[in-house]
Write a new protein. Structure first.
Lengths: 303, 315
C-alpha cells in the first residue's frame, strides 16, 4: 500500500490518535479552513469562481476516469512493491479509493448539517409563528432531537470503555438509554416505516384498477397480458387450467397453457423491452455524466 | 510490466466500446456547436409541462417537484434538477408558488442554488421563497410520508416526480391522484416505471428522461449530445442484430477447441455452444487468474499497521 494523506499509518501531520485532543484540534482547524475556503470562493470574481468549479469537477471526474481506464495492477499481493513509474501510478490510483470515498463521506456529513438547518428553519419558524398545523412541526422537531440524543447516547455506551466496533450488549447490561433508543428506533420508526410500506399494497390495487380498464387497444393488451401473468402466478388456477390441456396430439395447444404464455410474455416481450430501455437509460446516463464531467451541462440556464 | 488487468483476454472490448460511444457523443456535440441543425422528435410528456404549470396557476395552488431518492447527488439527480429548473422558470413567470422536496442533503443544496439562480435570471428574485426548496428526510418511507403529507395539506395542483424512485413511487403517485393533481413522472428505475404509467397522467419512459433538457432548452450542446446518444443506440441495435445472426450461424457448426481462462485448449469434437462464439467471448472476458508478476516485496516496517480502533469513539 502506498501512504496517502488520509491513511492513519504512518503518523503524519494529517492524522492523529483516535479521540486524541490533537486530532480533535486538527479536525476543528480543517473545518475552519474549509469554511474559510468557501467564503473565499464566494468572494472570488465570477470568472475565477467558474474556473475553480470547472477545474475541481474535472479533476474529481478524472480520478474515476483513470480508475476505469488506466491499466490496473495484475496479480498484486499485499506486500508487493511497484516496478517502475507506470506501476507506481497504477498502485497509487488503486490505493486512493478509500481516501476518495472518505472525502465524499466528509462532504456528505457537512451537507446533512445543511439539510437539518433547512428542516429547523422551516419548522421552528412555523412553531414560533403558530402557523397552520404547527403542532406537526413541533412533533417533528421534538422527535428529531429525541431520536438523535438517545441514538448518540446508545452509540457511546456500545463503544465500551476503550472504544471499538458496535456490538451486541448482553441482556443483563441493558440500561435506560439502550431501552430508550430501542423504543424509538425499533418500536416507533421501524413500525412506521413498515406501515408506510404496507400501504403500497392498497395503492397497487387502486392504480391497477385505473390502468387496466380496457379504454383503448393498448390498454386492452395490457389488461390481457396482466391477467395471464396474474392467473399463471396462482398455483391452483394455473395447475387446473394447464392440466386440462392435452397437447399430446396437437402440439400447438401447448401455447395456450398459462405457464407457457407467462414464460413467453416474460422472456420474450418483457425482457426484450426492458433490455431496450436499459440500453437507452445507460447511454443517456453516460452522456449526462460526460457533460457534467466536462462542464458542458448548462445547469439551470436557458441560453 | 504487471499492469493492464482490465484489458486482459477480451476485457479491452468493453473499454473500446465505451470509447466509441463517448466519441459519438462528443462528435455530435461539436457538430451541433458548429451550427448544424439537428432534429428531435416530439415527446408528449415534456409538452405537458406548460399545461401542468398553467393548471396550477389557474387553481392558485403550488407546483410540487420531487427529484427522487438519489443520495449522494449523481447524474440522475442532476438531470432531474435540470428539468425542474425549467419547470421553476415557467412557474416563476406565472408567479406560481413551488414546493421542491429533497430526500438528500446534497441534492437539496444544489437544487436550492439552481432554483434561486433561475428566479434571479428571470429578474424575479423577490418572488423566490427560501422555504420552497426543502429537505424532508433521507429515510425512504419518512420521506414518502412527508411528501404525501405535503400533497394532502397543500392540495397540490401539479406534480413532477423525476429521478431515481423506488417503492415510494406509488405512494406519491396515488396520493397525488387522490388530491386530483396532474402528474408528470419519470423514474430511472425500470421496475418503478410501470407504477408511474399506471398512476400518472404523463410519463417519460427510459431515456426520454435524459432527452428532456435538450428538448426543453434546444441548446446546441444538449441537442448534439442527444443525437450522439441516438447514434450509440443505433450502434447497439446493429451490434445486437449482427450478434444474433453470427451466433445463429456459428452455433450450427462443431468445434474441437475451447477457450478457458484465457487459453485455448483441445477438446473432443462437439457442437458449438453459445459460450464458444466470438460474440460471447467478447462480452465475457475470462483472463488467466494464475498469472504471476515478478515484483520486489516491501519490508514489514514499510507496510501500514492495521488500524486498532475503527469506531471513532473514546480513546
Amino acid at each position: 500500500m502506498l501512504h496517502l494523506l488520509l491513511d492513519l499509518d504512518p503518523p503524519t501531520f494529517f492524522n492523529g490518535d483516535n479521540g486524541s485532543p490533537a486530532l480533535i484540534l486538527k479536525i476543528v482547524l480543517a473545518f475552519l479552513v474549509g469554511i474559510g475556503l468557501i467564503f473565499a470562493l464566494m468572494a472570488a470574481p465570477l470568472r475565477l469562481r467558474r474556473f475553480i468549479v470547472v477545474a475541481v469537477t474535472f479533476l474529481s471526474g478524472l480520478y474515476y476516469f483513470l480508475l476505469w481506464f488506466f491499466p490496473a495492477p495484475i496479480s498484486r499481493g499485499p506486500t508487493d512493491a511497484p516496478n517502475g513509474p507506470l506501476e507506481s501510478f497504477s498502485f497509487l490510483i488503486a490505493d486512493a479509493v478509500p481516501s476518495v470515498v472518505n472525502v465524499s463521506n466528509i462532504l456528505s456529513a457537512v451537507l446533512i448539517g445543511l439539510g437539518i438547518y433547512s428542516l429547523l428553519r422551516i419548522h421552528l419558524g412555523r412553531i414560533v409563528k403558530q402557523q397552520k398545523d404547527w403542532a406537526f412541526s413541533l412533533v417533528l422537531v421534538v422527535s428529531l432531537f429525541t431520536v438523535a440524543f438517545f441514538g448518540y447516547w446508545d452509540w457511546i455506551i456500545r463503544q465500551g470503555p476503550t472504544g471499538g466496533s458496535l456490538g451486541a450488549v448482553p441482556n443483563d447490561k441493558w440500561s435506560f438509554p439502550l431501552y430508550a433508543k430501542d423504543f424509538f428506533f425499533e418500536g416507533f420508526l421501524q413500525q412506521m416505516d413498515s406501515a408506510m410500506f404496507s400501504l403500497i399494497a392498497f395503492y397497487i390495487l387502486s392504480a391497477a384498477y385505473r390502468a387496466f380498464r380496457a379504454r383503448s387497444v393498448e390498454a386492452t393488451i395490457l389488461l390481457l397480458s396482466a391477467l395471464i401473468v396474474i392467473l399463471a402466478s396462482m398455483g391452483l388456477i394455473q395447475s387446473n387450467w394447464d392440466n386440462t390441456i392435452d397437447a399430446t396430439h396437437i402440439g400447438f395447444l401447448k401455447n395456450i397453457r398459462l405457464e407457457d404464455m407467462r414464460t413467453w410474455l416474460n422472456g420474450t416481450m418483457q425482457a426484450a423491452s426492458i433490455r431496450g430501455l436499459d440500453f437507452g437509460v445507460g447511454v443517456g446516463l453516460l452522456a449526462m455524466a460526460l457533460r457534467l464531467w466536462l462542464s458542458l451541462e448548462p445547469l439551470g440556464r436557458e441560453s | 510490466m504487471g499492469i493492464g488487468d482490465q484489458y486482459r483476454d477480451t476485457g479491452w472490448f468493453g473499454i473500446l466500446f465505451v470509447i466509441v460511444i463517448v466519441a459519438f457523443i462528443l462528435f455530435n456535440i461539436l457538430r451541433a456547436k458548429g451550427g448544424k441543425e439537428l432534429f428531435i422528435r416530439r415527446i408528449p410528456g415534456l409538452n405537458s409541462i406548460d399545461e401542468a404549470v398553467g393548471r396550477a396557476t389557474e387553481l392558485g395552488k403550488p407546483v410540487l417537484m420531487v427529484p427522487g431518492m438519489s443520495d449522494p447527488i449523481n447524474a440522475k439527480a442532476m438531470q432531474a434538477i435540470n428539468i425542474f429548473s425549467h419547470v421553476a422558470r415557467i412557474a416563476a413567470r406565472f408567479a406560481n408558488p413551488i414546493l421542491y422536496c429533497c430526500s438528500s442533503a446534497s441534492v437539496y443544496t444544489v437544487s436550492q442554488e439552481v432554483i434561486r439562480d433561475v428566479y434571479q435570471q428571470e429578474g424575479l428574485a423577490d418572488r423566490y421563497d427560501l422555504d420552497s426548496v426543502r429537505f424532508i428526510s433521507d429515510r425512504q418511507f419518512a420521506f414518502a410520508a412527508g411528501v404525501a403529507g405535503i400533497l394532502l395539506r397543500e392540495q397540490i395542483a401539479s406534480c413532477f416526480f423525476m429521478g431515481e424512485f423506488y417503492a415510494e413511487s406509488l405512494i406519491f403517485a396515488e396520493t397525488a391522484n387522490r388530491v386530483g393533481a396532474i402528474q408528470v413522472a419519470s423514474s430511472t428505475e425500470l421496475t418503478q416505471t410501470p407504477f408511474f404509467i399506471a398512476a400518472c397522467d404523463y410519463v417519460l419512459i427510459g431515456d426520454e428522461f435524459y432527452a428532456a433538457s435538450a428538448y426543453l432548452t434546444r441548446q446546441p450542446v444538449l441537442v448534439g449530445s442527444l443525437v450522439g446518444q441516438d447514434w450509440c443506440k443505433l450502434a447497439l441495435v446493429v451490434f445486437v442484430a449482427l450478434g444474433a445472426i453470427f451466433n445463429s450461424v456459428a452455433m450450427q457448426g462443431t468445434t474441437t477447441q475451447e477457450w478457458s481462462k484465457g487459453k485455448l485448449k483441445q477438446i473432443p469434437k462437439r457442437s458449438i455452444q453459445q459460450g464458444d462464439t466470438l460474440l460471447s467471448r467478447l462480452l465475457n472476458p475470462d483472463p488467466d487468474p494464475d498469472i504471476k508478476v515478478n515484483r520486489s516485496k516491501r519490508r514489514p516496517d514499510e507496510l501500514p499497521q492495521p488500524v486498532k480502533d475503527s469506531g471513532g469513539g473514546r480513546a
